[in-house]
Design a protein around this ligand. Structure first.
Ligand code: AMP
Length: 281
């Protein structure tokens, strides 16, 4: 595995491989890798000849008072894990390289970022769209792979690629979970064992909605109410939102008569956790 630390190196490498006829797969991450990231590598390998992974903790997607400086970083372990899974090029640029002083341009995807996590993390999606756009231009992938774990992000990136006429595919990969159902996340490192147990009610809540749906309940209000009840069973969980929306537009629905998506964000002793799942009638 080759490690590249500047955008110039990355651009050059990518162009060389493209010239040699290679199809490039790209997996953007913020590091602190876990198995949930590595299944994205597997998906990228299936769809390309050469896999580029980026590790970049993007300052512009963290709000004031969020965990940018405390975000877990373990580059040595990340290198081992990426190499072990067959990443070909690991791109790890510095902040000044990605955001040179004088930069003035941000990318905003409007409608899709208004709801759900949007109001709770002002500026977050603008930061994500901007860094993903920069990374796409640096890496020039044929296919980029994102996790459904960050479903609103995945939907936003699909829209951005469509709207800006980028000639690449976006592939979404289902969320990888712990045996308990807890969605794998770099931020799970912040949780104590007790908090991890409490956090199990997040996925249990999403499943409750699916179980009721299978029993014939179609009204969103009923499904949401039942899921919220499971969620707050553990007293330490504070709800930010729990919504059932159209899986493409992310707009609210009244009934689940066709495939939908249930998404939630909670705080557990101040730590923010998100999860989502498909709802198939
Ligand atoms: P992050 O490093 O948290 O920014 O995540 C990088 C990519 O990995 C994003 O596309 C995430 O959606 C994806 N990802 C993170 N956790 C998981 C998971 N448990 N299952 C699948 N994909 C994930």
């Amino acid at each position: 595995m080759e490690i590249l630390t500047t955008t110039a190196q990355m651009q050059q490498a990518s162009r060389q491989h493209r010239k040699a006829g290679k199809r490039i797969g790209f997996v953007p991450t913020m590091g602190a890798l876990h198995e949930g990231h590595l299944v994205l590598v597997d998906a990228a390998k299936e769809r390309s000849d050469l896999v580029v992974m980026s590790i970049f903790v993007n300052p512009s997607q963290f709000g004031p008072g969020e965990d940018f400086s405390q975000y877990p970083r373990d580059l040595e372990k990340d290198h081992r894990m990426a190499e072990g899974r067959g990443v070909d090029l690991l791109f790890h640029p510095g902040v000044e390289d990605v955001y040179p002083s004088g930069d003035q341009t941000m990318v905003v995807v409007t409608e899709l970022t208004r709801g759900l996590c949007g109001p709770f993390r002002p500026g977050h999606f603008r930061g994500v769209a901007t860094v993903v756009a920069k990374l796409f231009n640096i890496v020039e992938p044929d296919v980029a792979v994102f996790g459904e774990k960050d479903y609103q992000q995945l939907t936003m990136v699909r829209r951005m690629v469509h709207d800006l006429r980028w000639n690449m595919e976006i592939e979404g990969v289902p969320t990888l979970r712990e045996p308990s159902g807890l969605a794998m996340s770099s931020r799970n490192q912040y949780l104590s064992e007790g908090e991890k147990r409490d956090a199990e009610s997040i996925y249990a809540a999403l499943q409750e909605a699916q179980v009721l749906l299978k029993k014939g309940v179609r009204e969103i209000s009923q499904l949401v109410q039942a899921a919220k009840k499971v969620l707050v069973r553990s007293g330490s969980i504070q709800l930010e939102y729990l919504e059932i929306v159209d899986p493409t537009t992310l707009t609210p629905l009244e009934r689940v008569d066709r495939p939908a998506r249930i998404l939630t964000a909670v705080r557990l002793n101040g730590k923010r956790l998100i999860d989502n799942a498909p709802l198939i009638p």
